[in-house]
Structures are given as structure tokens and as C-alpha cells.
Design a binder for this molecule. Structure first.
Ligand SMILES: *Cc1c(COP(=O)(O)O)cnc(C)c1O
Length: 446
């Protein structure tokens, strides 16, 4: 099978340029750091489009396929526009994500609203903007959505989010498809949900089932199990209720290569396994070939992104580690502190100098757990060197915070030697722009 973009640590356009610096999308990373400041998120447009095209090519042998991008990995106007232009719809989980993909000009019929506790306001926004599918997570939401749809005289297409009971070997916090999960209906509860939809909820139109078994998955067998369980489930429901459900949504989850020892399958492997299993299971259950949705997040955007930091102070623990601090950390990349996630990095201004020491890269935030990289080999480090951390496109900006009252970082898009700002760096005034001092606390108030 050919490689796909998620199997590389670095963006596809990463090079060493004539100045001996690392460049991405034809842009010298030290120049980007200089021009836009650090920490700086950089997204390589070519890499992003390549992975979208890998997915399209991989599934081109199956006609009834719909690809959604899971916005929670990274949601911005510019990246949404690119992904939408590549033909993807969106999996969204909040009013903010719905609004962003809408403002980016996406086809709202190709948007699926997912989440375990959608608010009334968010559901109303989704109904108003014409979101194409709701993935309903629980009994309360079934009834709420029916009422809200009825009050608008609308019938909405829904999928039931289910937990298929598949364990996959990924970090405990990013497993979602096992039985003891906060997401979705247990398979023993789907009959009651279908009963209610068929008999009482006239404004809901059940189209199929939806599952998501986890994230950063390297095994292929779990997707086989998932396809078989979901096709079995819609067939069982169809036979029992005389319905015609024909949609299964397999969620996302394909892994990426953060460090050398990571070995994610290619999109081509995954597609072959999924398509083969669909054919086998459809025959086994004597049912028509279903319409498939996939909704990858991480594997679409992760490899396209890097983060640039400026090296600052250092500390040698007597007879211990050597720490080097960067000007960012857990507020722009929460994953190491949250999941013990590992990353690869190089000095963008010294990409060819042999490594000579093992160091720990510390963040600047006031938590001992704010360590970006526990152990990495780098050349001699000088203050002011630019560190390029790879594979930060997914779940970095989207999880960013203002911890320590620090401005969120800027993001630039690079392509063909051009760089464009796509998210401005926050200013000090942005930080206080939502603060209010009540009149009664002001000095000189009578
Ligand atoms: C998070 C999530 C995804 C995307 O997962 P990735 O691991 O980023 O591909 C897709 N679908 C659902 C329902 C999710 O919760």
C-alpha cells in the first residue's frame, strides 16, 4: 500500500533551504518567527490538501462514501474553507464550530452535529442554519430535539450515537467506544430509542447509527469489528421495525506519527479494510450496501501543523537533567500535560548540526507538569534559537487556553513561499476585553 500523509512526522514540504534553515511551504521558519513572533502555529496548505486527497483516493472504490472532517481537531475559518473546498463536510460539536464552518461558506447539508450535551441554543442555531444531520446521544436529547424541530415545523435527519463495545489500545482518556463511556446509547438501549422515534417523535427521521471508537488508533482490526457491528445493528433494527436505515457513521480515530516509533496505518490500508468488511458484512446480514460516513480529525490536520518557539533560559539540575525553557507550553499545547503525549522537534536554525545532548524542553507556564518534551536529542542550544515542534496541527490550538493570562498564539498558513496570517495573535487588550469592574467597586463612586 502507498504511504499516506499521516505516516510522516514532518509536513511534506519540509526542506533545508539555501541559508541552512528549515523551511516549510517554501517559507524559512526563522523568518516566520521573526515576522510573526513566537509561539507561532504554522499550517502547511500542501500537506493539508494532500491528506484530504489521500482519503478521497483511498475511498474512491466505494460510491456511497461521505467524508466529514472532525472540526474539534482544529477549527478556523481558513482551514475550514480549504477542507470544504476539498469536498469534505464537517463533524461539529458546538455552536462555535457550527458558526465557524457556516461563516467559512461550507455546505451546511454536509454538517453533522454531534455531542453528548447539546444546549437548546446550539440545537436552535443548528436548525436555523440547516445542519444536515444530528447524531443524537441520549434519550433526553431525542425528546428535546423533537420538540425544537416541531416548533419550527421541520423534520430532522438523525443518527443514533451508539457504543459498540470495542476496546482499542489507546490512552484511556481518548477511548470512547467501550461500554462504560459517557457517549451514546448502549446497544441494549437502541430498541427503546427506535420505539420512541417510530411511535412518538414525528419530527425525527432516523437514518442510521454512528459510533466513534477512539483516537490515535494504530490497529486496523477495530475498524473491521466496528463496521460489522454497525451493519448488524441497522439490519436488526430494519428487520424488527420494518425500517430502511442505510447510513453508518464510523467516526474518526486514525493515528498519526508523532515520534519515530509510531507506526500508524495508511488511509489506503484503512479504506481497504473498511470496504472489504462492508462487502462481507452486507452479504452476511443479507442487506444492501450502506452509505458510509467517516469523520477523521487528527489525521487530517495534525501533520500539516508545526509550532515555532524561541529558546529561552536553561537550568542544569546538579547530577540531573538539563532543562531548556521555551516561550510557550501547556496553554498552546495541552497534550503532553494531559495525555503524556510525545513530540519530535528540531532547531529550525540548526537543522544540520549534529545532536550532542539530551535535554528536557520545559514550557513557561506555572505548573511543574508543563513539560513539552521530556527527552530529546538536540545540538548545542543558544538563547534565541527557534525550536520547531512537529505534528501540532491537531488538538493544540483547539485546546489552547489563556492560562497565566497569556495571549493566544497566532497561526499562519504557508504555501508556495507565501505566508498569510489566518489567526491573529491576541493582544493585551484582547485579554481584558471581556472583563468588567462593577461600578460599586470603582473609586470615587458616591
Ligand atoms: C473526536 C471525534 C472524531 C475525530 O477523532 P480523531 O481521532 O481526531 O480522528 C470523530 N468523531 C467523533 C464523534 C469524535 O468525537
Amino acid at each position: 500500500m502507498p504511504n499516506s500523509t499521516n505516516q510522516f512526522i514532518r509536513p511534506l514540504t519540509t526542506k533545508i533551504n539555501d541559508n541552512g534553515n528549515l523551511s516549510i511551504g517554501g517559507c524559512d521558519l526563522t523568518e516566520l518567527a521573526d515576522k510573526y513572533g513566537t509561539p507561532l502555529y504554522v499550517i502547511d496548505e500542501h500537506t493539508l490538501r494532500s491528506i484530504c486527497r489521500d482519503y478521497k483516493k483511498a475511498f474512491s472504490g466505494y460510491e456511497k462514501i461521505n467524508m466529514l472532517y472532525a472540526s474539534k481537531a482544529l477549527c478556523s475559518l481558513a482551514t475550514s474553507k480549504i477542507i470544504s473546498d476539498e469536498g469534505f463536510g464537517f463533524d461539529v460539536v458546538s455552536g462555535g464550530e457550527i458558526y465557524t464552518v457556516y461563516k467559512a461558506g461550507s455546505d451546511m447539508k454536509k454538517v453533522l452535529f454531534n455531542g453528548n450535551n447539546k444546549s437548546v441554543d446550539e440545537i436552535n442555531l443548528a436548525l436555523k442554519l440547516g445542519v444536515g444531520r444530528f447524531s443524537v446521544d441520549n434519550f433526553f436529547e431525542l425528546s428535546l430535539l423533537n420538540v425544537l424541530a416541531q416548533s419550527r415545523n421541520k423534520t430532522v435527519d438523525i443518527l443514533l450515537r451508539v457504543t459498540p463495545g470495542i476496546e482499542c489500545h489507546t490512552h484511556e482518556y481518548i477511548q470512547t467506544g467501550n461500554l462504560d463511556s459517557k457517549f451514546g446509547f448502549d446497544l441494549s438501549q437502541t430498541d427503546r430509542a427506535v420505539d420512541l422515534i417510530v411511535t412518538a417523535y414525528k419530527n425525527l427521521n432516523l437514518r442510521g447509527v454512528h459510533a466513534h471508537i477512539g483516537s490515535q488508533i494504530f490497529e486496523t482490526k477495530v475498524f473491521e469489528d466496528e463496521v460489522d457491528i454497525l451493519i448488524g445493528e441497522i439490519t436488526r433494527i430494519n428487520n424488527k421495525y420494518g425500517l430502511n436505515l442505510d447510513e453508518i457513521n464510523l467516526g474518526g480515530g486514525l493515528g498519526v506519527k508523532y515520534i519515530e516509533s509510531d507506526n500508524p496505518p495508511s488511509t489506503f490500508d484503512i479504506a481497504e479494510i473498511i470496504i472489504n468488511t462492508i462487502n462481507k458484512s452486507a452479504e452476511k446480514y443479507k442487506t444492501e450496501l450502506p452509505t458510509i460516513y467517516i469523520e477523521p480529525g487528527r489525521s487530517i490536520i495534525s501533520t500539516a501543523g508545526v509550532t515555532l518557539y524561541t529558546m529561552g533560559t536553561s537550568k542544569q539540575v546538579p547530577n540531573g537533567k538539563k532543562y531548556f525553557a521555551v516561550d510557550g507550553g501547556m496553554a498552546d499545547n495541552a497534550r503532553p500535560a494531559m495525555y503524556q503525549a510525545e513530540y519530535s522537534a528540531v532547531l529550525a536554525n540548526k537543522p544540520e548540526i549534529p545532536t550532542s545532548q539530551n535535554v528536557t524542553i520545559a514550557g513557561r507556564f506555572c505548573e511543574s507538569g508543563d513539560i513539552l518534551i521530556k527527552s530529546i536529542s538536540l545540538p548545542e542550544i543558544d538563547e534565541g534559537d527557534i525550536l520547531c515542534v512537529f505534528n501540532t496541527g491537531a488538538y493544540n490550538y483547539s485546546m489552547a487556553s489563556n492560562y497565566n493570562r497569556i495571549e493566544k498564539s497566532a497561526m499562519v498558513l504557508v504555501n508556495n513561499s507565501q505566508s498569510d496570517i489566518i489567526i491573529y495573535r491576541e493582544s493585551l487588550d484582547d485579554l481584558i476585553s471581556h472583563d468588567v469592574v462593577p461600578d460599586r467597586l470603582r473609586d470615587n463612586v458616591e
